[in-house]
Design a protein around this ligand. Structure first.
Ligand code: GLN
Length: 197
């Protein structure tokens, strides 16, 4: 099994490390690689999209010819994807006025609407203890200028909330997280993702 992480901007090495550790812990042989070119994308079975700046990541995905191919692999081959923070914004179908103003093209793969900087202005970053559906003990989420998931529809299901906001959602083999599971040292959400691959 080979899992790629979009490696054009953002917390790429943290993602690659977390995926590699999660595979080791789960006893799943495989490799975690950064994805920067079309050839990288062709070699992977599943993908993670890191945090960073969603407008920048989106533009680079287009420029490098990765954008449409990611959409195609998910729609036609059911490639599993986990997007965290900026990656979660890109997986959504609607990221509000700010995404329109910056002409941020979304992958639009998950039936959810997000508010791009929902937690940004009040508190740039914080940690919160979350109850996550499917996990037997609470998970500490690291939020950095984090989006919130405003609503989900169709087959997309909320898995965790912080206050009245959804912060983790799943649609089949797609997972969107407003926080950064690659930064808390707790790999249970990665494990959930590996189980979907
Ligand atoms: N809010 C940022 C954006 O709009 C994402 C922040 C992050 O990924 N840590 O892209």
């Amino acid at each position: 099994m080979r899992i790629g992480t979009i490696g054009v901007q953002g917390d790429v090495s943290e993602h690659v490390d977390a995926v590699a550790r999660a595979m080791r812990e789960a006893g799943r042989p495989g490799e975690a690689i950064p994805v920067r070119r079309r050839e990288d994308l062709d070699r992977i079975d599943a993908l993670t999209i890191p945090g960073g700046e969603s407008t920048t990541i989106s533009k680079l995905l287009e420029k490098l010819g990765l954008f449409e191919e990611i959409v195609r692999r998910v729609r036609h081959e059911g490639m599993p994807v986990m997007g965290t923070c900026a990656g979660c914004i890109l997986l959504s179908k609607d990221a509000g006025e700010q995404a329109m103003r910056t002409r941020t093209k979304l992958l639009g793969l998950m039936d959810m609407a997000v508010d791009r900087n929902a937690f940004g202005r009040q508190r740039e970053s914080f940690e919160a203890v979350l109850e996550v559906e499917g996990l037997d003990a609470p998970f500490t989420g690291v939020f950095i200028r984090a989006p919130a998931i405003l609503r989900t529809w169709g087959d997309c299901r909320p898995l965790a909330r912080h206050g009245d906001r959804i912060v983790l959602a799943r649609q089949g083999t797609l997972i969107g997280s407003a926080f950064h599971p690659e930064l808390s040292g707790d790999l249970r959400i990665h494990r959930m993702f590996l189980d979907a691959v």
